[in-house]
Design a protein around this ligand. Sequence first.
Ligand code: TXA
Ligand code: MG
Length: 315
Amino acid sequence: MTQPSPEILAASSTGIARAAKLLTAGALVAFPTETVYGLGADARNGSAVANIFAAKNRPSFNPLIAHVADTQTARRYVEWTDTAERLASAFWPGPLTLVLPLKPGHGISDLVTTGLPTLALRVPAHPAAHALLQRFAGPVAAPSANPSGRISPTTAAHVIAGLDGRIAAVLDDGPCTVGLESTILGLDGPPTLLRPGGLPAEAIEAALGTPLAQRAANAALSAPGQLESHYAPGAPVRLNATTARSGEVLLGFGPMDCDLNLSEAGDLHDAAANLFGHLHRLDATGQPIAVAPIPDHGLGRAINDRLRRAAAPRG
Ligand code: TXA
Ligand code: MG
């Protein structure tokens, strides 16, 4: 399914209108969100969604997140709960995905949920994403816009480098500000953290007034996308390094001698925003990558989650 190089669309009203028209026609359109660039398709159109899996070479058992413009639209597709309402009013639009039981007559393609009885939903905060979702006026299934298993894209250039020839268009609105995928919370039982992400778990716990259940590390994957090896650069990655060994490039954090620094000031927001871009740049050197220790709280938990997967043995 090789296509010409993608149309690069500006986040203007003309660009948004063109992107919405392509989605309506069943084409694949990459678009910016505050977390990472997503690869969007009409979530009700089975063949469009099938093309997402093909373009990314994504395993067919790994379900997708449906993106909508607002909470009211989200409620059309799932059995809404008081907890969902509380979290949506606190954190939507924003980097939080809620997994809830599907409603009868939802109209979402089975390929989006991979046949699960639940749907992952998110209302992104990015103005261009919001404008696109409003204009399209439907649910947009969108995984991160990278080949499956590789580093997530935080610029339109990353998207094109990974998916050129496989997608119709990219809506380009500069780098993503959060830089880590959304936090995924299962609400089909007691609130359960399925993936740490751009909204720190501590903020969710504070809003709910209770600790979150964690998906047990070795439990059968209820978020099948939580594959061990992911976000992987071409070369090996070594964690908790304080100095580079011979041949390695060093990704630093805090004041230190290194090739690229996630945040010299030791700021976790800056580190999150820089993480994938720096990994893309170090990956381009072709050298093994050593990474400095990152504190394991707040956004640091999600950064460490991504780094562990980047360093995991390749399947
Ligand atoms: O920030 C984000 O979440 C980005 C932007 C584009 O919105 N999207 C993203 O999508 O990270 P993706 O496909 O790379 O990750 C989605 C994760 C996968 O790990 C998948 O297994 C999980 O969501 N997921 C989707 N539907 C699910 C469901 N019904 N139950 C449990 N996990 C689900
Ligand atoms: Mg992804």
